[in-house]
Design a protein around this ligand. Structure first.
Ligand code: PMV
Length: 326
């Protein structure tokens, strides 16, 4: 019999309402619910093969053997899948991101969503979408949002059982585009796992969390009603309130660079002049500018002309994580 193997593909996602801070760091149960859009065409493709001959897990990312910390994180995740399946074999994992490496596009969401699906399938686990989303969450919180299709809400819950994401609208619901302005990254940013653990040290995190249900509700409603002006206001506010927490944590985390701020200000000016667009930033200096598809060429052209912008990627709403073989 051949070794158990499967290949899966999953999209990255951009949060309109952010996840920052955990109720439980080990289980990645978030402090607040979040809402995101899958990014079509920005994908990780992962093949997992469990081999009887191996004495440890092996991980290749974009054709190169991964560094020990990345391997340890993936091995720890595979332990969860092995425990679920009652299997003790080590695995060979080969993962490819199709988005430019070094562009500072977070890959942990697409990576752990694809890994969860491929590993579970290779070991013959028949998981429902919520079960897969819960599993992916254990690798990287935001990965649970890359399992379902389109526009996705992750209900924070309070236990491993009730913390998972579900689709609130399919990709066809609204043709929004994420125009990602990739700006030169300075020194390597503090990763999100470490960042989540610092969120509670900011005196602003309590205020951010107290108002999170209102922002989620506003974004959810604006999305379902395709109300761009309302969506724009709450998306920008939610991003900036998260960065206020980051900048006031101990130690402080400054992810914005000077070009990031120039782009944020330009986006607000363009919107006030009638161009529908809004910004949101994750744990890095790149600016994600969300706009309706009809104006994305104009937005991308303007972003490309801004100082410090190295390239602009564009992504429409994406589908669910899917098996390619296995
Ligand atoms: O899934 P993580 O641990 O990489 O956290 C993601 C954190 C943000 O990208 C900053 C926000 C989000 O909700 O995606």
């Amino acid at each position: 019999m051949s070794d158990p193997t499967a290949t899966a593909v999953a999209c990255a996602n951009i949060a309109f309402i952010k996840y920052w801070g955990n109720q439980n760091d080990a289980l990645r149960i978030p402090a607040n619910s979040s809402l995101s859009m899958n990014l079509d065409g920005l994908v990780t493709r992962t093949t997992v093969t469990f081999r009887p001959g191996l004495s440890a897990d092996r991980l290749e990312i974009n054709g190169r053997l991964a560094e020990p910390p990345a391997l340890a994180r993936v091995s720890g995740f595979l332990d969860l899948v092995r425990a679920l399946a009652g299997v003790h074999l080590f695995a060979e994992v080969a993962s490819e991101n199709n988005f430019p490496t070094g562009a500072g596009i977070a890959s942990s969401a697409s990576a752990f969503a694809a890994l969860a699906l491929a590993a579970a399938r290779a070991l013959g686990l028949e998981l429902t979408e919520p079960e897969l989303s819960r599993l992916a969450r254990r690798g990287s919180g935001s990965a649970c949002r890359s399992i379902p299709a389109g526009f996705v809400e992750w209900n924070a819950g309070s236990t491993d059982q009730d913390s998972f994401a579900r689709s609130i609208a399919p990709p066809e619901h609204w043709d929004l585009v994420d125009c990602i302005a990739v700006v030169a990254a300075g020194q390597k940013a503090v990763g999100s796992t470490e960042g989540h653990a610092l969120a509670g040290t900011s005196p602003l995190q309590a205020a951010r969390l107290a108002d999170a249900p209102r922002r989620l509700e506003a974004a959810h409603r604006a999305l379902l009603e395709r109300d761009f002006p309302s969506l724009a206001r709450v998306v920008e506010q939610d991003s900036t309130i998260m960065h206020a927490v980051m900048m006031t944590s101990d130690p402080p985390l400054y992810y914005w660079s000077p070009p990031s701020l120039e782009i944020m200000k330009a986006v607000q000016t363009w919107r006030s002049q009638g161009l529908p667009c809004c910004f949101t930033l994750d744990a890095g200096p790149n600016v994600h500018v969300i706009c309706p598809a009809g104006v994305s060429a104009e937005v991308a052209a303007r972003l490309s002309a801004m100082p410090g912008v190295e390239q602009v990627l564009q992504a429409h709403p994406g589908g669910p994580a899917r098996l390619v073989s296995g």
